[in-house]
Write a protein that binds this ligand. Structure first.
Ligand code: G4P
Length: 529
């Protein structure tokens, strides 16, 4: 069956890194190899430059670019590759967490000089918890950085990974001469300083050839031979099963900017990266090869034009084929819907498609019917797991600053929350609304967008909340839970799904509450069942 072939061809992954490690540059080089773009500079970085936190034009610019780079697809060898963009900025970490629910594997980019940085640690931890297969790319080898073995140690220790280098650098910085490709047992020596072009390099099959000494000098050649011996001795051999299960992570070295080591990475990625994986739903494990369509919304993007309030919902197809103009069940609404202009993504363009397959992402125009986590099927009532809300880090009351525009304000808030910009909590006691966000930047984004897209104005008021804890009583009827609700009444709220949340003012309060009411469990994420 041809649809099975299509699914086997898909490789859907995300690149994660701390800002500035080189994610955008690497993405661009991968697209160049795929022939999807012709020149460097075509993929715009969607990162928010430092100091731009209150620059609304920058926020708008970023939104525009991030829709364009949300999904970048290209063909390479006989595979169709889908790269899902993951914002590196920490204020958008939740966006990234959600995108990670839609990938089948991940490439982690690390700066050779800076080593493992904060955002990398957080994102890798999420991937590790979900056993997502990961490949590590150590970038910027054209600059002086840390020793390769020290870095491998750091990756193991700080990220909790078990690594196996599949390429190894010959020199570094000014002396960076090339890459030994452990995966294919080849050497690529790079020539010239013609940056931005794809250099073919010279290939050897035998590490002991005197030719190597001639090309890189005797000292570098001998160092490489010694280092490789050490690699073979210290690190485990590559094992596909362990990689697939998230137990072993191959490491590559290179320089994305100069296109050194990128082809090695891509060729190996094509060989080993998993095709669309099964996904757990609330009723059963759904296999990508099932004929019937299932998919879920992992991202919603508002239209850039404030006059048209339609949005683009990004759906990851988990199984089967998505067809244009075919009715599918919107499980939460229990309603059939069909789409006349589903978008597929190719390089930096999007276009209407007739069919997409498991592993692909389709962009659906939406006027407010979707929210993150919504599932589409051919009739089966299931919901995919693994798209939880995490406790926000910042909390503020939101007040209506223009009494005549209350309706607009609530509509705007409702839609922005569905997009996943922030989380809204409603206090049980008095119905006041609290917005929780991952970063302070979102408050400005919300204020700006409410005004420009909905014509509403809001103001914020501080509130002392440390964490939102989702409440899970062992028994709703027991006395302990009743007492908990009575005593904590002022701090109880509902999230947008109507789940009970305890807004704790300190870590100490959480600890005390937990020990006083042991049958009432407190969770930092909304998905705990
Ligand atoms: P990001 O998406 O992970 O945030 O990183 P991005 O690719 O934008 O790269 C961050 C900076 O690092 C860029 O420089 C980029 O040119 C540089 N860079 C990426 N790969 C390499 C590499 O292999 N070697 C060296 N030396 N630099 C690299 P910038 O000056 O911040 O941006 P730009 O003005 O050049 O765009």
């Amino acid at each position: 069956m041809s649809f099975l072939k299509e699914i086997q061809k898909r490789r859907t992954f995300g690149i994660i890194s701390h800002p500035d490690a080189g994610k955008t540059t690497l993405t661009e080089k991968l697209l160049l190899f795929g022939g999807a773009i012709q020149e460097a500079g075509a993929v715009k970085s969607n990162k928010i430059k430092k100091g731009a936190t209150s620059d609304f034009m920058e926020i708008e610019r970023q939104r525009g670019i991030s829709v364009a780079t949300s999904v970048l697809a290209f063909n390479y060898r006989d595979k169709k590759i889908n790269i899902l963009d993951t914002p590196g900025h920490k204020d958008f970490a939740e966006d990234t967490f959600r995108t990670l629910t839609a990938v089948d594997s991940v490439i982690v980019v690390i700066d050779v000089a800076k080593g493992v940085e904060e955002q990398t640690e957080k994102l890798v931890e999420v991937c590790r918890m979900r056993n997502i297969p990961m490949i590590v790319f150590i970038n910027k080898l054209d600059r002086e950085g840390k020793d390769a073995f020290d870095l491998l140690d750091e990756v193991e220790q700080k990220l909790g990974l078990r690594v196996t280098p599949l390429s190894f650098p010959i020199g570094m910085g000014y002396d960076f001469k090339g890459i030994y490709n452990i995966w294919e047992k080849k050497i690529n020596i790079f020539s010239g300083d013609n940056k931005q072009t794809i250099s073919a390099g010279v290939e050897f099959d035998d590490i002991n050839t005197p030719e190597l000494d001639k090309l890189v000098g005797e000292t570098s050649a001998n160092t490489l031979r010694e280092e490789l011996e050490m690699v073979y001795e210290v690190y485990p051999d590559f094992n596909k099963k362990e990689y697939d299960e998230g137990q072993l992570q191959p490491v590559f070295f290179g320089s994305a900017l100069n296109n050194f080591g990128v082809k090695e990475l891509l060729d190996c990625f094509i060989d080993i990266a998993p095709n669309p994986q099964p996904k757990m739903s609330d009723s059963r494990l759904v296999d990508a090869k099932e004929e019937k369509l299932t998919g879920f919304v992992f991202k919603i993007h508002a239209n850039m034009d404030p006059k048209h309030r339609d949005r683009l919902a990004f759906v990851k197809i988990v199984s089967g084929t998505f067809k244009r103009n075919t009715p599918y069940l919107h499980v939460r609404h229990n309603k059939k819907v069909k789409f006349s202009s589903p978008n597929a993504f190719f390089a930096e363009k999007k276009e209407i498609v007739e069919e997409s397959f498991a592993g692909d992402i389709v962009g659906l125009h939406d006027t407010g019917n979707f929210k993150i986590g919504d599932t589409l099927t051919e009739g089966e009532k299931l919901n995919f797991k693994g798209i939880p809300s995490f406790s926000p880090e910042h909390f503020r009351y939101v007040n209506n600053a223009d009494p005549l525009k209350a309706k607009q304000l609530y509509k705007g808030l409702d839609q922005l929350m569905d997009e996943g910009v922030a989380q809204l909590f409603t206090l049980d006691m008095n119905g006041r609304k609290i917005i929780g966000t991952v970063g302070a930047l979102q408050y400005e984004v919300i204020q700006y967008r409410l005004e420009h897209e909905y014509g509403a104005k809001c103001s914020y008021e501080n509130i002392a909340v440390h964490k939102a804890c989702w409440v899970q009583p062992e028994d709703e009827k027991n006395e302990e839970f009743k007492e908990f609700k009575r005593v904590k009444q002022r701090y109880l709220a509902k999230d947008k799904q109507g789940q009970l949340v305890f807004l704790a003012d300190s870590a100490f309060t959480i600890q005390m509450t937990q020990s006083k009411y042991p049958t009432v469990k407190l969770h930092f994420t909304s998905e705990f069942k």
